[in-house]
Ligand binder design. Structure first.
Ligand SMILES: [Zn+2]
Length: 229
């Protein structure tokens, strides 16, 4: 009986005793017991970070994102827009149709700007007129720079007035802020990329005039965009 137990692991002892109970005393029971299997653990699978569970959010209110009639292009927003360029007309009066004809007289196909904000002369004070280029999401003709980047990728907004001598009206500024907020949100343009024409690289102009602070326009735009709709 001692012989049988020798070599049997402690854990196998009850089984060994059980087997011994069924065997004649002189059987080499130990040899009948299988060798304990050896296991080679498979390599651990790589730890995969689980994607956070996305919980459906209710759609955000879109009242201000929808803008005014004509602000949303019928074919949707082009991906081309990366900046916004502010101009003044450098004239005391005017409106989109007047500038449209003036630009055609210069040989351009149509109004070079995408939007014109009136000062109460040719159009309403603070009235935002949408040019045909915006409707078509077509490049602008308002800010000539190297490789024509700012015409290809810049949304052109013209405020009627000569801001070397006068200032934009309060309604023009209010409309500009509203339009900037709409364009920045819908075209994913940061406030840093709202520039005055004179700030474009290589631009030889004072546009939109010494009385327009682009730093203030950007600061206001940044604050407006940070507000919830
Ligand atoms: Zn300009």
């Amino acid at each position: 009986m001692r012989r049988v137990i020798v070599g049997v692991t402690r854990t196998l002892l009850p089984a060994a005793i059980l087997i011994v109970g069924c065997q004649p005393a002189d059987v080499e029971v130990v040899k009948l017991l299988p060798e304990p299997p050896t296991y080679t653990l498979p390599p651990s699978p790589p730890i995969v970070e689980k994607e956070p569970v996305k919980v459906a959010q209710p759609p955000a209110p879109r009242t201000w994102l929808e803008g005014e009639p004509g602000w949303v292009p019928p074919g949707g927003f082009s991906k081309r827009w990366t900046c916004i360029v502010i101009h003044h007309s450098a004239t005391g009066s005017g409106c989109a149709s007047e500038f449209h004809h003036a630009h055609q007289a210069r040989g351009w196909d149509e109004l070079g700007y995408h939007f014109v904000i009136g000062n109460g002369t040719g159009s309403g004070n603070g009235q935002i007129e949408v040019g045909p280029r915006w409707y078509k999401q077509k490049h602008g003709a308002h800010c000539k720079t190297a490789e024509n980047y700012h015409n290809e990728h810049g949304i052109g907004i013209c405020l009627v007035g000569d801001f070397e001598r006068t200032r934009p009206t309060a309604r023009q500024i209010a409309s500009l802020n509203k339009l900037l907020r709409f364009l920045m949100a819908n075209c994913s343009i940061s406030a840093d990329r709202v520039i005055g024409h004179r700030e474009a690289p290589g631009a030889q102009t004072a546009c939109p005039g010494q009385n327009v602070s682009m730093a203030r326009i950007r600061s206001t735009a940044r604050n407006l965009l940070a507000q919830s709709p």
